[in-house]
Write a protein that binds this ligand. Sequence first.
Ligand code: IFG
Length: 526
Amino acid sequence: MNQISMKKINPFIVLAGCMVICGIAACSSEPTDMTAASIIPKPVSVTATGETFKLGRSSDIFVREGSGEAAVAGQFLADKLNPSTGLGLTVVSGKGKPGRGDILLELTGEDTELGEEGYVLEVTSRLLKITANKPAGLFYGIQTLRQLLPARIEMKEVQEGPWEIPTGVIRDFPVYGYRGIMRDVARHFFGVEDIKTFIDQMAAYKMNVLHLHLSDDQGWRIEIKSWPDLALYGGKTEVGGGEGGFYTQEQYREIVEYAQERYVTIIPEIDMPGHTNAALASYPELNKGGKSPELYTGIKVGFSTLDTRSETTYKFVDDVVRELASMTPGEYIHIGGDESLVTKDDDYVYFVNRVQDIVISHGKKVLGWDEIALATLKPNTVVQYWARSGNAVKGVQQGARVLMSPAKYAYLDMKYDSASIYGLNWAGYIEADNGYSWDPASLVPEITAENIIGIEAPLWSETVSDREEAEYLLFPRLPGYAEIGWTPSDMRSWDEYKARLADHGKRMEAMGINFYKSPRVNWDNR
Ligand code: IFG
């Protein structure tokens, strides 16, 4: 056997050889394990095939000839990838075949299990393909694609490459069709740009409903042309006495359109008969006795009520609902109904029954806080469980579906702990793990999965007045609610999720989100 004698081998050659091999090894730090990617919400199934797909200068986004909806999705993707990659990706419609490094977006419509929001993401070393039945599915596949790329993809200025994605197949679709957040723009007003920024943030986590709490004791935030002083006077201030504000109908339509482009449905809430001081202060004729109260800038609740036995009140409600319905493409209008502590029970029930008929007469369905279950619910009315499960169960017994927003687990205005800078604590503290570790379908025994339309996490704004303060409470808990709404509960555990959430710290930073660095998460993932 021709043994190579060790004394003949030059040590420097051995060293050089090792460096070359290490060099190759180092450049092969390419991502090849798709199951190691930190995707939130966790997809239903991920299969890795162990190679790497590379986006490069020659990459394009292909859509089939004539598929306008796929082209819109493609442009959304290009607008998200180009600023940080500098690759100048363009959408190519119909001409030629996708080549190495291209992305293909295709509406197929054959995979019933995917429903309207599901997608399949197939990545080989040559091609990245997203297929779906409906455009929303393409949109959600794109959100997953963003999370398969390094966090720096979310930066607004050009970053160093490479832009590599592990190969494999993801099949994914949501558990609940209603995955929502509520923003209270009444206690403190948040302008159009803040709301648009938030819509982008929630859509990145596949959430699809934004409930806007547009009126309360402290402010009326939407222009109603037939009752102009509601916004002009009732919108003049806010908690703490600041300048308040309101959305003109044009601005509201702008928000609705921006949301629709991101598959987010806007649900407007006019809270009544309680929480109505701003409206009562704007129009004396709305008050029993014809005298208006002062504008209110504190944070007490339960002290106001509309005059539920006055026909002027129902003309007011009909005018407001008509104008709101005419600029709201979504199927629901939220009528509030919470904490009507100075409304007599029979007056409250009479009011809720009549207001349901008004909303339905304008072609919309009713959503309301769980107290509305004390009334006779119309067939499509949905009860939003926030405080008393007994009310929600009364709703189920009437055949209503339930929107799960249990304050103890889902109220984003609850402090993380006693040291939190913002937030309240009447429902208890909600750290990142508490907000994640619950299952809507087993929280209340009498409320089962088929009774549940979905989940919503409300951010009441008594203690937050601008985007950074709101983001401190919204994140990092929002991704957890997104996952509860999307991913089967038997696939979820805090111990596994918290490592993925930790990886999203860099992603939230790149998105400019002022998130709370919860000590329950090992953000350095070391
Ligand atoms: N409850 C009130 C909100 C707000 C909240 C703050 C509901 C439905 C307490 N009603 O939650 O207006 O004040 O945590």
